[in-house]
Design a protein around this ligand. Structure first.
Ligand SMILES: [Zn+2]
Ligand SMILES: [Zn+2]
Length: 134
């Protein structure tokens, strides 16, 4: 069964013929705003295993840093994926349908989490980034 995802309004859908990799959550102030939430929830995909199956024309892009961007639904605002040099790099876990057989492995930048967030017990957490590319 391929993994599928869609935005809140359902206009845009994608399919991944492969596994999600390196699922993580980042609690930094930038990710909180990008994900409109307490943290990001994001996993990497192989760009050759990812395809849009519906509504691609409704996608809007925002370049957050040179080369890195986010793509979201221009109707409902759901952020669907991250891009690197205009290719899909990963997906937001919140837009995935069903069980994608992956769990968030680690939490980044918990040292700068929102004051109102209470972290659960037992998670693997780093005060800042895990490595230079995190
Ligand atoms: Zn939508
Ligand atoms: Zn972050």
């Amino acid at each position: 069964m391929p993994i599928t995802g869609e935005c809140f309004c359902g206009s845009i859908q994608y399919q991944i013929d492969g596994a999600l990799k390196d699922a993580r959550s980042c609690h930094c102030s930038r990710c909180r705003k990008a994900f409109s939430s307490q943290a990001s929830a994001y996993a990497l995909v192989d760009k050759d295993e990812f395809k849009w199956i519906k509504g691609w024309a409704l996608l809007t892009s925002y370049e957050s840093q040179p080369g890195f961007g986010l793509q979201f639904c221009s109707k409902c605002g759901s952020t669907l994926c991250g891009t690197y040099n205009d290719e899909v790099h990963g997906v937001t876990l919140g837009c995935i349908n069903g069980n994608p057989q992956v769990e968030i492995g680690y939490h980044l930048f918990v040292g700068s989490k929102a004051s109102w967030e209470l972290l659960p017990e037992g998670i693997t957490a780093y005060a800042e980034g895990k490595s230079k590319d995190a």
